[in-house]
Design a protein around this ligand. Sequence first.
Ligand SMILES: *Cc1c(COP(=O)(O)O)cnc(C)c1O
Length: 349
Amino acid sequence: MPNTPVDLRSDTVTQPTPAMRAAMAAAPLGDDVFGADPSINALQEKIAAMLGFEAALFMPTGTQSNLCAILSHCGRGDEYIVGQMAHCYRWEGGGAAVFGSVQPQPLDHAPDGTLPLAQIEASIKPDDAHFARTRLLALENTLGGKLLPFDYVQAATDLAKSRGLQRHLDGARLFNAATAQAAALGTDVRGEARRIAQCFDSVSVCFSKGLGAPVGSALCGSRELIARAHRIRKMAGGGMRQAGLLAAAASHALDHHIDRLAADHALAQRLAVGLAGIDGLRVEAPQTNIVFVDLEGAAAARATELLAHLNARGILATGLYRLRFVTHLDVDAGGVDRALVAIREFFTH
Ligand SMILES: *Cc1c(COP(=O)(O)O)cnc(C)c1O
């Protein structure tokens, strides 16, 4: 459909598919605050089993899931080591500090998105009254669309464990990470998701990103950790009653939308390849479903004009001098090609 917008702002913009809506309509429901919603219970068991954990808890958002995780691992005056660009540090309103009095220790990322091991090691405080108690290492994978190298994930989480720290993964896009890792290794996506997840004591996964569900995340961990997180979710107002409607969408996504993530990655590649060679654009080679494009020189001077030009043609992206294009379930090759035509047209006029 040539006139429908090509919405590349985020993979959160997807509409539930007809099959997903049917699964939602058919979901058996109960009051989850009594633990009596069969669809939520089934989803929690499914995601915990998939990722190799004892238990899981359905959450309305990834933000609440990360918050409940950090507050389950840390108490007042504790500290978590985290990346400067990590969602749970930078993009969640400082919730762990605000609601939990948990102090972040942010570290700069290396260009590949990792937190250098020496920096992690150096930021672990000794047991001394001067310092906050370092309790937790929080990583994110993918981070800004980048896959953390698996060797690094192992080494960083081994280091944290050897120093007595808990380990949390913000795996909002864990299945995108697993898809890229499996493609590189010639292995199975679900196996890679589990292998990444098993390096951590807790993992948060979003269903509302590339998996294409309208709402929801899950926090996975030990039974004990999830019991603590449950109490915190209650305090955060996250007890959601007949939310099996939403859990059914998430369950459907786990059954039907994991294997198609590779198609999103291929479309991101198609976009990046198509943009390469346009003067003034520096395209970061995408590893998953997110393409970053920096506008340089004369192109940067026309950034506002470019966005208006794209908007007028129904091509939606975020950013200004650094544009972000995200591929997902509701974008196809035709949409990507329309974006390419619009961008080329701008730069040839
Ligand atoms: C989207 C996202 C979250 C959570 O977002 P919500 O909008 O609260 O669901 C957490 N971490 C990362 C890396 C994300 O991309």
